[in-house]
Design a protein. Structure first.
Length: 302
């Protein structure tokens, strides 16, 4: 049978067998050529054996529930239906509120002592629904839907902030920690002077960001508030295919969570070292790669 028709594993085994035979036949030639033939054949055998080992290696696909902490159980109120749900709620903040049913207190004016009503039962809060109010559309303020909205909004801001810090420091050489001090001397954007003071820029930011939030809070639909679509999805990536939309939402949450952790790291670095993101990275790299550290931040102290 030709070797090209053999399966992958059988082909590798055949090559190893032929290499071993070739090694045995050429062992006697070692005195004439200084052992180079034997060394070459030995390398062929080792490569064939390594390839055979890797070809027969199998991997078992994980079909369990991917939780945030292995060997734990998913909370009952987190069923995995939301994008990015990994059962993370160690403090039980998203647990549905449970209310106690209390009997009516005694109110007999002829008695000297009136007993308070007894606890007669309990009931769980109903499913979170829209109330119709724009500023607070959730029937349960500290519920799972509200936490999901705040996590998503914070993640989006963190992604913008993290990207802005890195691009700003790389393009201007100014640490994000000192960006406010530089603005006091005169506002600039892309090297151009702006005719605005720092107080005017603050008001412009408040109006723009506040206007965007007011526009977002107009909707009382719980899904439209966080996934408005339309102009915010110009390519239509999240429309038409529910499975693809779910994966995109999950990817956005993962990136947002990483960005929140990254910006928290920026803040801790600024408090401990007084340097920005690239400055802290350059200081870390200076211990093992001084040339790389100078490329990251030319002002780094080696």
């Amino acid at each position: 049978m030709p070797l090209r028709s053999l399966p992958t594993v059988e082909f590798v085994d055949a090559m190893a067998h032929l290499s071993g035979t070739f090694l045995g036949r050429t062992a006697g030639l070692a005195p004439q050529n200084g052992g180079k033939t034997v060394m070459a054949a030995t390398k062929i055998v080792k490569k064939a054996q390594k390839a055979a080992k890797s070809a027969t290696r199998t991997y078992k696909k994980f079909d369990g529930d991917a939780l945030w902490l292995p060997n734990t159980e998913r909370p009952a109120w987190l069923d995995g239906s939301l994008p990015g749900d990994r059962g993370f709620d160690p403090l039980g903040l998203a647990k549905p509120a449970e209310y106690l049913q209390v009997d009516i207190d005694q109110n007999d004016q002829n008695k000297s002592v009136n007993k308070a009503g007894r606890i007669v039962g309990s009931y769980s809060a109903p499913k979170v629904e829209a109330t119709g109010a724009a500023l607070s559309p959730y029937s349960e303020v500290f519920g799972l839907q509200r936490f999901r909205e705040t996590e998503l909004i914070h993640g989006r801001w963190a992604m913008l902030a993290t990207l802005g810090v890195i691009i700003g420091e790389a393009s201007t050489g100014i640490s994000w920690v000192d960006a406010g001090k530089v603005e006091l001397d005169g506002s600039q954007y892309l090297g151009f002077n702006l005719p605005f003071s720092i107080s005017q820029l603050i008001w412009i930011e408040v109006l723009l960001v506040g206007g965007a939030e007011i526009y977002r809070n107009r909707s009382t639909d719980l899904q439209e508030r966080i996934y408005p679509g339309g102009y915010f999805d110009p390519l239509g990536l999240a429309s038409g295919d529910d499975n693809r939309a779910f994966k995109l939402k999950e990817a956005e949450l993962k990136h947002g969570r990483l960005a929140m952790v990254a910006f928290l790291g920026f803040g801790v670095q600024a408090l401990s070292t007084g340097q920005g993101a690239l400055g802290s990275l350059a200081k870390f790299a200076s211990s093992f790669a001084p040339e790389l550290a100078e490329k990251i931040d030319p002002n780094v102290q080696l």
